[in-house]
Design a protein around this ligand. Structure first.
Ligand code: SAH
Length: 228
């Protein structure tokens, strides 16, 4: 079981790495990361590292979760779309900072486990769905913010459509796993502006739902980039 000390150590490390938004740090402090990792990795839950989860995926490094959350510049009235539920950790952090989170995952096992964690933590403003994140979630669009936690070669057009004018998307973009940049895309009346933020390493945003003709990506490891 993690101690309050572990959680404080992580928050201090995030501060040292430049996360300043106290609302974001407080939201991270409220989410027990050990509940989002496999029991085998519970001892590492408060280290600032990505860890493997079911289905060959990863729970992002806390620094990357904090960084992306800070860049989203959230408001408690916001409605957010997350693509790539994974463990549900990022969605749980977001749930403390906005009105509602809609999160899409292609693996049923991951979606079910994430839902169990939200229920256990009494998080009631996160709605999950199994689907292809390339398509977004049209019935709930438009969104104030969109966060994509798997890497694509381009911003999915459906997601750009489903973003409100004045809204923002944070997404890792890159042709290969070793050449990804976290990018901030703002939607204005005139169109989109793009700003690169940070070199990262995410699992790929795969086309299609899992188990219906799509291939499972392999998680790889590497150094230097922020492992997400
Ligand atoms: N946000 C997660 C980390 C996600 S890892 C967390 O906090 O734990 C990326 C996730 O994106 C994986 O679970 C993967 O299955 C999912 N994914 C990849 N392609 C997808 C797609 N097209 N639609 C929905 N989910 C996708």
């Amino acid at each position: 079981m993690a101690s309050a000390q572990d959680q404080i150590g992580l928050i201090m490390q995030l501060r040292r790495r430049g996360i300043r938004d106290t609302k974001v740090l407080r939201a991270i402090e409220r989410v027990p990361r050990e509940l989002f990792v496999d029991d085998a990795f519970a001892d590492h839950a408060y280290q600032d590292i990505a860890l493997p989860i079911e289905c060959g995926q990863t729970i992002s490094q806390p620094f990357v979760v904090a960084f992306m959350t800070e860049k989203l510049d959230l408001d408690e009235r916001h409605k957010i779309l997350e693509i790539g539920t994974g463990s549900g950790y990022q969605a749980a952090v977001l749930s403390h900072l906005c009105r509602r989170v809609y999160t899409v995952e292609r693996w049923r096992e991951l979606q079910k486990s994430a839902e169990r964690r939200f229920a256990r933590l009494n998080i009631t403003n996160v709605t999950t769905i199994i689907g292809d994140g390339w398509l977004g979630w049209p019935p709930q669009a438009p969104f104030d913010r969109i966060i994509v936690t798997a890497a694509a070669h381009e911003a999915p057009p459906a997601l750009l459509d489903q973003l409100k004018v004045g809204g923002r998307m944070i997404i890792p973009l890159g042709e290969s796993r070793d050449a990804q940049q976290l990018v901030q895309i703002d939607k204005t009346e005139q169109g989109f502006t793009e700003k690169p933020l940070l070199a990262v390493r995410f699992v790929p945003l795969v086309h299609g739902r899992a188990g219906v003709g799509a291939r499972q990506p392999k998680a790889a490891r590497g150094a230097r980039r922020e492992d997400a």
